[in-house]
Every structure is written in C-alpha cells, then in structure tokens.
Design a protein around this ligand. Structure first.
Ligand code: COA
Length: 163
C-alpha cells in the first residue's frame, strides 16, 4: 500500500519552517503531497496559488517522494480523492493547539478515512510564520534566515520597497 499524506497550508510564502515539516513528513510516508490550499480567513494573498506552488517545487529539491498541488476546495475532498491516509499539520506553540484540534476533529467528522498527524516544529522555527516573513520583508528587513535561498530574491522583489 502506498501511504500518502497531504500537508495543506497557505504557504504564502513557503518558509524554512514549512520545509522542515515537508522533509520530516517525507521520511514518514511513501508520498507527501504539499497542498497549496484556500484559507477563507485570508483574503489578501501576496503570491498567487501558482506562484506559491512553483516556489515550493523549487525548494523541495531532491525529495523525490514529495509533490505539490493546488486546491481551492475542501481539504477532505482532496484527501479522499488521492486516497491519502494522513493530513500532516504542524504545531508551533500551545496557541496553535485549540485551532488545530478543532480542524482535526472537523476533518475527521467529514471524512473518517484519514488521520491528522501533528509534527512539532523545531525550536528555532517556533516563532516563524509566512506573515512574519512578509512583514519583515516589507520593512526591508533581512529574511535570509527564514526562507530558502532559492526563493529569497522572489520574495524580496515582491515585498521590499525600493529606496
Ligand atoms: N513553519 C513556519 N510557519 C508555519 C509552520 C511552520 N512549520 N506551521 C505553520 N506555520 C504558519 C503558517 O505559515 C501560517 O502563517 P500565516 O498565518 O502567517 O499565513 C500559520 O502558521 C498558520 O498555519 P495554518 O494553521 O496551517 O494555516 P494556513 O493558512 O497555512 O492553512 C488551511 C490553513 C489552508 C490548511 C485550512 O484553511 C484548510 O484546510 N483549508 C482548506 C478548506 C477546508 O477544508 N476548510 C475546512 C477545514 S475544517
């Protein structure tokens, strides 16, 4: 049996914290699909779905069992369609728990065929999020410790203001 996991998120943009989760998930499952998904609470995105997908594809490098896809629908519908057995999510701090717990229970209620698996972030990525990266870049700050080198110029070009 091919054990497929789906790792959903906005990835606007993908960060080193996400890449850490992708890498570790790829060691646990036969195939990991990183799914650029729609979060209805986030209306102003910085990068288009296709740009986000392409940036992830560039940073996953030689992780041969990882692919990237886009969905603007319900996560569980996608999970069911690809026969995934797991949804991978990340816990960074206690504050993530309540929201993630609610999502996991709702997804399980909607589709019983997959388990949500939580990977804890590493200590150095605890504070990291895509909006932290966007905010630092938009004030022309140094984001090189937060995002993969391959996509650094794309983010700087989009967000940094010229002096
Ligand atoms: N490293 C760095 N940042 C991380 C991280 C990590 N390991 N793990 C999480 N984060 C950040 C994310 O970048 C995000 O930052 P942001 O708010 O600044 O963009 C934040 O933590 C929250 O992450 P998450 O809770 O995963 O939100 P998300 O917007 O990335 O993803 C979806 C949420 C897309 C998975 C969810 O809305 C969804 O499932 N949508 C599909 C529709 C659906 O089925 N909805 C019903 C679900 S019950």
């Amino acid at each position: 049996m091919n054990r497929i996991a789906v790792y959903p998120g906005s990835f606007d943009p993908v960060t080193l914290g996400h890449l850490d989760i992708i890498t570790r998930a790829s060691q646990l499952f036969d195939e990991v699909i990183v799914l650029v998904s729609k979060n209805i609470m986030k209306t102003n995105s910085c990068f288009t779905y296709i740009e986000r997908k392409q940036m992830i594809e560039r940073v996953i490098g030689n992780l041969s069992n990882v692919k990237v896809d886009i969905s603007d629908g319900l996560l569980v519908d996608y999970v069911k369609n690809v026969n995934a057995i797991a949804i991978v999510k990340c816990l960074r701090a206690v504050s993530d728990f309540e929201y993630e717990f609610q999502m996991a229970l709702a997804n399980k209620k909607l589709y019983d065929g997959a388990e949500t698996v939580f990977l804890t972030t590493t200590a150095e990525n605890m504070y990291l999020s895509s909006s932290v990266v966007r905010q630092i870049a938009s004030f022309n700050g140094d984001i090189s410790h937060f995002v993969p080198n391959d996509i650094l110029p794309d983010i700087e070009k989009r967000l940094m203001t010229k002096e």
